[in-house]
Design a protein around this ligand. Structure first.
Ligand code: GRF
Length: 188
């Protein structure tokens, strides 16, 4: 089978990048991570990419336009078919989404449509939610509002705080991102 060429956008630790790479090593995996782009030169995820000799670039985000144009050149050069945003902390413009024209997926640490944006764990705890979780969704012009591909929930216990909930949800993210990508590819 021809594997889909994936670019992963990161800004930090890259733990979701790592889980996507690990899953891509499975024999019948329908995708291959071809490229990592980070807006942060000190992202730990870049160190990981270098260590495993995975093509990677720091693209400066001083100016959104320049970041997007430089990223589009790389995406074109390496024939990228799907972008996976994974801990990527910048918002891409509608123009970029249009110009790339292929699908873009994102992982968000809440049960969308609840708690779009930042500080999702604090909001869920403050609102005495019984559950939270992670969502993989398609990226469109509206923040955290694209079609949901896969979600998984976790119970919020009385003793949970932001740190413990973030840890629990990160584990879920690592589990569902590769599965969501495979599910999405099979729907193309
Ligand atoms: C995670 O908390 C994730 O929910 C959010 O970005 C954070 C860092 O992800 N999307 P990673 O470790 O860089 O993949």
């Amino acid at each position: 089978m021809v594997k889909k060429k994936i670019a992963v956008f990161i800004s930090g630790n890259g733990s979701n990048l790592k889980s996507l790479v690990k899953y891509s090593k499975k024999k019948k995996c329908s995708f291959k991570i071809e490229l990592v782009i980070s807006n942060n030169p000190d992202a730990i995820g870049l160190i990981y990419a270098k260590k495993i000799k995975l093509r990677n670039f720091f693209v400066e985000f001083r100016n959104k336009q320049i970041f997007e144009n430089n990223s589009l050149k790389l995406l074109k050069r390496f024939n990228i078919e799907i972008i996976c945003l994974a801990g990527f902390m910048k918002i891409l413009s509608g123009n970029f989404i249009k110009k790339f024209s292929n699908p873009i997926l994102n992982i968000h640490p809440s049960l969308l449509p609840k708690y779009k944006g930042l500080n999702t764990h604090l909001k869920a705890i403050k609102n005495n939610e019984k559950f939270s979780g992670a969502t993989i969704h398609k990226v469109n012009k509206k923040l955290d509002s694209g079609k949901i591909i896969l979600q998984k929930k976790v119970k919020i216990l009385k003793r949970d705080n932001v740190r413990s909930l973030q840890k629990k949800i990160l584990k879920i993210e690592h589990e569902i991102y590769p599965k969501a990508l495979v599910k999405f590819i099979s729907s193309l």
